[in-house]
Write a protein of this length. Structure first.
Length: 300
């Protein structure tokens, strides 16, 4: 089903990375003759919502056979499956049933029509040019995290979490960074530990995705005031590595604040979904308040 829907195969290693060890759940609807007809995956993610720890349910790998019919009906098998999953999300570690997803605009409109999605934010794309700086911050490329690096990364994460206590964001501690990026079975990410030029003090982390001339800044871990410096350092790294474009996917509130640094800032087709079966106060607390990058998806 995955290959038929997404036009490329999925490896067992990637499925284990995503779902194994209680990291996720796979929900499947079968026809009377035993064939898979629908699939919805859940990837559990530790997050902070206004400073409160919660284990959110991120919807991934939503699939239906290419020729499936009747999906737009409000009582279709797809709508019934989504209602069952979303209404059943409240658990001790997620009492409000907070859910998250990155559907395209078309998929979001379909989910809203069926009453199983609620848009809470919008993804933007920022584009930056390479920029050489002789006196800019330094970086150190690491492929494994030492004890000292772990201390620096956790310190950067604590600063980030402290600055964004009024917002919603996924946890970016060392355990998450290791699992999400360094343990990925198929992609090799570049970890740049950024240090100030004069004092050599740690500023934070930039995570850059694989590619050639066009690269993605998939994640940033630092104090909010240092995000521009992390971006400039990534631009400097790009220039040194003969790259031509650096782009960053980021939720709207923060993207618009960083837009003056970019050569382009545009809306994408991807909106952020919330769980319409959550209390309205929970939905309101997420509206336009997520910090999400491309790295928060399961596929970039």
């Amino acid at each position: 089903m995955f290959e038929a829907v997404f036009k490329h195969p999925v490896s067992l290693a990637l499925l284990r990375w995503k779902y194994a060890c209680q990291r996720g759940e796979s929900w499947i609807t079968q026809t009377a003759d035993g064939h898979f007809s629908l699939h919805c995956g859940i990837y559990f993610r530790d997050a902070l919502l206004s400073g409160r720890a919660v284990r959110v349910a991120q919807l991934v790998d939503l699939m239906a056979p290419p020729k499936a019919r009747g999906l737009i009906r409000t009582e279709s098998p797809f709508a019934i499956l989504m209602m069952k999953i979303l209404a059943g999300l409240p658990r001790p570690d997620n009492p409000l049933g907070v859910a998250l997803g990155f559907p395209s605009d078309r998929a979001m409109r379909l989910g809203e029509h069926m009453g199983v999605y609620r848009a809470v934010d919008q993804m933007m794309e920022l584009e930056f040019e390479p920029m050489s700086r002789r006196m800019g911050s330094r970086w150190r490329n690491i492929s494994s995290v030492t004890h000292g690096d772990a201390m620096l990364l956790n310190r950067a994460w604590k600063k980030m979490a402290g600055d964004l206590t009024e917002f919603a964001l996924g946890v970016r501690d060392v355990a998450y960074l290791q699992q999400r990026y360094l343990n990925h079975p198929e992609k090799k990410y570049t970890f740049l530990m950024v240090e100030s030029f004069w004092l050599r003090q740690s500023i934070g982390l930039a995570v850059i995705g694989p590619g050639d001339e066009r690269r993605e800044l998939v994640d940033v871990v630092c104090a909010w005031k240092d995000v521009p410096e992390i971006i400039r350092t990534a631009q400097n790294w790009l220039a040194d590595n003969f790259g031509k474009v650096l782009h960053l996917f980021l939720t709207e509130r923060f993207a618009r604040q960083l837009a003056p640094l970019a050569v382009r800032c545009e809306s994408t087709q991807f909106r952020i979904m919330g769980n319409p079966f959550s209390p309205q106060s929970s939905i309101a607390s997420q509206q336009g308040r997520w910090w999400l990058t491309g790295g928060d998806t399961d596929y970039r």
